[in-house]
Design a protein around this ligand. Structure first.
Ligand code: CP
Length: 301
């Protein structure tokens, strides 16, 4: 992979993705056997928004590679609270570290921050923009269950604001994938993403009902309907109920359907689905460690 920073899935070629996934498979075989890869490397975690999976799996990955992390901590306890700009913050932190992982509520923040630093910077989520390292672990998980070519995937939920969806949709244009997007009209993919997919020649369909495509799917990627985005609570209740899955919903699905979710979930997947062989979302979250080990290994090299 020949990139200084990882900012969006759009920059990833098929060769880049295959390189990360191949290296991740090596690390997954024995994650504890690679502490000689980057001894002493320091990764700075700068999270301006909450995170469990992304932050902790990057921390685990850095430590598994023989490195360590420094953590900016919460916004409230940092000098951001005194009015320090993001540009100044990352310029200072690059002097303390060998790489930066940044999550920020503003779309485009990682792109802007990357222009101020020479150490590798990973976009760990920028508002409703992108979350490319999540996409790499999503692709790793899809590859384990269904393969990345001749793939039929349904992506359901909040497609408008879902950054994991935007990144995954772009990345899948590198493969022979049929992408079905299932959402209420109000939460369709943003026009800009639809335009990019069209330009990339992606095989894309949009639906309002899961039933229209469920039986065709190899993978169903569920996302949280983000209550906080709805101006009207009643409107939220109406659509959220339609996009919730339980064991009965999956009765018409193929036996080997893989149900994925970037997590956290709220109530869009009933916990009874956790007991079905289709549920892959906890394995998906665990795949974050070998995949982020591979990504850091390539970027720090
Ligand atoms: N999937 C994901 O980004 O989870 P976190 O918000 O917990 O990092």
């Amino acid at each position: 992979m020949r990139h200084d920073h990882l900012l969006t899935a759009k920059q990833l070629s098929r060769a880049d993705i295959e390189e990360v996934l191949s290296r991740a498979r090596e690390f997954a075989d024995d994650p504890a056997a690679h502490a000689d890869r980057h001894p002493g490397a320091l990764l700075a975690l700068c999270f301006f928004e909450p995170s469990t999976r992304t932050k902790m799996s990057f921390e685990t990955a850095a430590k598994r590679l023989g490195g360590d992390i420094i953590d900016m901590g919460s916004v409230e306890s940092s000098s951001v609270k005194k009015g320090e700009s993001l540009a100044d913050t990352v310029r200072v932190i690059e002097g303390y570290s060998d790489g930066i992982v940044l999550r920020h509520p503003s779309q485009g923040a990682a792109q802007m921050a990357s222009e101020f630093v020479d150490v590798p910077l990973v976009n760990a989520g920028d508002g409703a923009g992108h979350h490319p390292s999540q996409t790499l672990l999503d692709l790793y998980t899809i590859d384990q269950h269904a393969g990345l070519d001749d793939l039929t995937i349904g992506v359901m939920g909040d497609l408008k604001y879902g950054r994991t969806v935007h990144s995954l949709a772009h990345a899948l244009t590198n493969f022979d994938a049929r992408q079905h997007f299932i959402s209420p009209e109000s939460l369709r993919l943003p026009r800009s993403v639809r335009y990019d997919l069209h330009e990339a020649g992606a095989n894309v369909r949009e639906h309002e009902e899961l039933e229209a495509v469920l039986s065709e799917l190899d993978v169903l990627y569920v996302t949280r309907i983000q209550r906080e985005r709805f101006p009207d609570e009643e409107e939220y209740e109406k659509v959220a109920g339609q996009y919730r899955i339980d064991a009965a919903t999956l009765a018409d699905a193929r036996d080997d359907l893989a149900v994925m979710h970037p997590l956290p979930r709220v109530d869009e997947i009933d916990p009874e689905v956790d007991e079905l062989p289709n549920a892959t979302y906890f394995d998906q979250a665990h795949n974050g460690v070998p995949v982020r080990m591979a990504l850091l290994d390539l970027l720090l090299d």
